[in-house]
Design a binder for this molecule. Structure first.
Ligand code: PLP
Length: 392
């Protein structure tokens, strides 16, 4: 490992040379079942032929083109994303944090355009929106925020999943938006009660607030729909997308609906790399292949198989607090910190993650087969069982 890398990551002692579908191949000569997908990125699996071909073809034509010119592939991607999500317009950036930053700026300008000069955005306990200053201020983790003050002001925080807590802020001066993850990822794969997003939609409508959804982790098929909010049949005003959109090619988007589409005008926001032809070609291939292979249905089906398997093998164990999931965004919450399970799983050839200290998080590819799902259960369940026995 180079001593010239800044140490902002605690890395596991493994490097991968290549991947194929749900499998990663280590420099140690072993293969690993990837139930994490680079934290929800490679939704189509590794080395997907359709995505690789699109990237190769575009790389031979045009990598970059400034946004001061027309970019045909960007327009096509915007059209397709809006068609699939029922949104009106798209703006392209490069990462989840940047998409969130753009959403925060949009909400503030939406307020300023209406004479609100100190706009406030309602955000959630347990939220994660990224590491840039605005996104970090919207994030709930004091650990992530520590050492980086002063952070931008203008955020009101309420408990996640509690629509009444948001409703209680009705008539509060200067509120312009509610910003929320439909399923919290980093916060512990927290799934709000049914009807939560519909209730937020209603509150936002009544107050003239924007409903902004951070679907960076939950979007692009992860939960079995293009957007997780489609489970509740609502249309938000703003959606942030990243991670799965490029299957590993950095590309992110801000989608808008209704008046939110008119907020940014020439010169108010921009990004040199945002929506470059290479990124757009990759994203178009991702959308096409999810659609062509009916991977939204597959995510729902394999997700249900995994939940049933986890329930039957782990559900009754003392120490397992809850098994939950939506599509292929899955969690086993334990009653104690369990970070060491990540290394133990790696030793057994399985890539998983632990978030919020005690939540085993699984984000396998939407292409996971039934037999691979079986292998995942066979690898993970005994590990959790032994861990709970030894720690008891
Ligand atoms: N929003 C959510 C919901 C996320 O899960 C993440 C990353 O984990 C981000 C934003 C930040 O994305 P990025 O790391 O691409 O900046």
């Amino acid at each position: 490992m180079s001593t010239h890398l800044i140490g902002n990551y605690k890395r596991l002692d493994i490097a991968f040379t290549h991947g194929e579908g749900a499998w990663l191949f280590g420099a140690d000569g072993r293969r690993y079942l990837d139930a994490l997908c680079g934290i929800g990125v490679t939704n189509l699996g590794h080395n997907h032929p359709g995505v690789t071909a699109a990237i190769q073809a575009q790389a031979g034509k045009l990598l970059h083109c400034s946004n001061i010119y027309q970019i045909d592939l960007q327009a096509k991607l915007a059209d397709r994303l809006c068609e699939l999500t029922h949104m009106d317009a798209a703006l392209f950036v490069n990462s989840g944090a940047e998409a969130n930053e753009a959403a925060i700026k949009l909400a503030r300008k939406f307020g300023h355009d209406r004479g609100i000069n100190a706009p406030q955005i309602i955000v959630m306990e347990g939220a994660f929106h990224g590491r840039t200053l605005g996104a970090l201020a919207a994030t709930a983790s004091t650990t992530a925020q520590s050492g980086f003050g002063p952070l931008p002001e203008g955020f009101l925080r309420v408990p996640y999943g509690d629509a009444d807590a948001v409703a209680q802020l009705s008539n509060t001066d200067n509120v312009v938006a509610v910003h929320v993850e439909p399923v919290q990822g980093e916060g512990g794969v927290n799934i709000p009660p049914a009807g939560y997003l519909r209730a937020l939609r209603k509150i936002c409508n009544e107050n003239g607030w924007l409903l902004m959804l951070d679907e960076v982790q939950s979007g692009i098929g992860r939960t079995g729909k293009w957007l997780a909010c489609q489970h509740e049949n609502i249309t938000p005003d703003v959606v942030c997308l990243a991670k799965g959109l490029g299957n590993g090619m950095p590309v992110a988007a801000l989608l808008t609906h209704g008046p939110a589409a008119q907020v940014f005008t020439p010169g108010t926001h921009g990004s040199t790399f945002g929506g470059n032809p290479l990124a757009c070609a990759a994203a178009l291939a991702v959308l096409e292949n999810i659609d062509a292979n009916d991977l939204l249905t597959a995510a729902g089906k394999i997700g249900a198989q995994l939940i049933a398997g986890l329930q039957s093998r782990l559900g009754a164990l003392a120490g397992v607090r809850e098994i939950r999931g939506l599509g292929l965004m899955l969690a086993v919450e334990l009653d104690r910190p369990c970070g060491e399970l990540v290394q133990q799983a790696l030793d057994k050839g399985l890539l998983i993650n632990v978030t919020a200290g005690n939540v085993v998080r699984l984000l396998p590819p939407l292409t996971l087969t039934e037999s691979e799902a079986g292998l995942l259960l066979d690898g993970l369940c005994p590990l959790i069982e032994n861990f709970l026995k030894e720690e008891a």
